[in-house]
Ligand binder design. Sequence first.
Ligand SMILES: N[C@@H](CCC(=O)N[C@@H](CS)C(=O)NCC(=O)O)C(=O)O
Length: 224
Amino acid sequence: MPLKPDPSIEITAFRWVPPFAQGVVRDLRVRWALEEAGLHYRVRLLDLQRPPEYLREQPFDQVPTYRDSEIHIFESGAIVQHIGEKCEVLLPRETAARMRAIQWSYAALNSVEPALWNLALIDLFYASEKWSRLRRPGAEALARLKLKRLSDWLGESEWLDDRFTIGDLMMVTVLRNVRHTGLIAEQANLAAYLERGEQRPAFQQALSDQLAVFREHEPQGAAA
Ligand SMILES: N[C@@H](CCC(=O)N[C@@H](CS)C(=O)NCC(=O)O)C(=O)O
């Protein structure tokens, strides 16, 4: 439901990724925020082999990047916060509530994602390595601990603060990093929280748009 067209908004995303990464590539966060804000956007698709000049936009050669008529930035957290500045649904205007939302966005990226992503790396990229079998139990224990802490904070609440914000948007996408495990299901309230986020129409639209690109550009013989 685009409400405020801004044809100048452009994000970068991959043309195609293997099935295990589909639905978790980090442009999903940005697409979701833009959908929540009702903002039109264009997507510039990149091959897995990026052109060398892309490093001038994203020094780590990653997606997403974001540009509009004012700015050109990378890092999904910064991008989602910038979109939040345009939309009170995502980021409250009142200072204390606004800072709590930003705090949760940092917590998702800095306190929770490293542990979950570490486990995902082991499972999805290095499963056949001998060292990964040795490392996995410790990595899983740390991920489980982070999820337990999050679950304890959440309790019976709907969202991390008193309403949905960018903090929830980031956290829900971070939780999806371990969707291939049973870890989230171990905490019933966290599983319900994840589902609540994923049921938002803006998330559904963002996910379906990301997946449609991969379907359209699937290499021959790459079907799951
Ligand atoms: N901290 C960055 C991480 C971005 C990131 O990890 N992007 C992945 C896709 S989800 C990527 O481009 N990976 C390719 C690579 O690192 O070579 C952000 O949140 O924007």
